[in-house]
Design a protein. Structure first.
Length: 139
């Protein structure tokens, strides 16, 4: 199941991904998006310091993480403890929480091109992305 929120979501709580070695867990967050990591099965938690505050992160397993921001991409192979240098990437700014890494080659995230919702997808490990137009958002 995939769930994403938009900046217009006015609900009192949002959900963000929290990851432990036993797998991803969805947990409530009262205000802004927060990323937490646990490498001991959830006994202790620490902030997962992503390369920049804006952007979105996703993971294929407890150790292999991706972060995408507006025009940049970084990876971690140690559960978000350290990150590769940011690489330039010609993509839209992702909506927070929307990056879904399906496996080492396939991922997608949601973004906005003006007022038009878009989906960016990759099938080559994040090196090239394809933009897919989504139906217009209607009230």
């Amino acid at each position: 199941m995939y769930v994403y929120t938009t900046f217009a979501d006015a609900s009192p709580s949002r959900y963000t991904n929290i990851l432990s070695e036993s797998g991803p867990v969805v947990a409530p967050n009262a205000s802004d998006q927060v990323e937490l990591r646990s490498l001991d099965g959830g006994s202790t938690w620490k902030n997962a310091d992503v390369p920049l505050d804006n952007g979105a992160f996703g993971f294929t397993d407890a150790l292999d993480w991706w972060w995408i921001g507006s025009g940049a991409w970084a990876t971690s192979s140690d559960g978000g403890v350290t990150w590769s240098a940011k690489h330039p990437l010609g993509v839209l700014a992702p909506l927070p929480g929307s990056l879904q890494v399906l496996d080492a080659d396939h991922a997608w995230f949601a973004g906005m091109a003006g007022t038009r919702p878009m989906l960016e997808t990759t099938a080559d490990g994040g090196y090239e992305w394809t933009m897919v137009s989504l139906p217009a958002i209607t009230p």
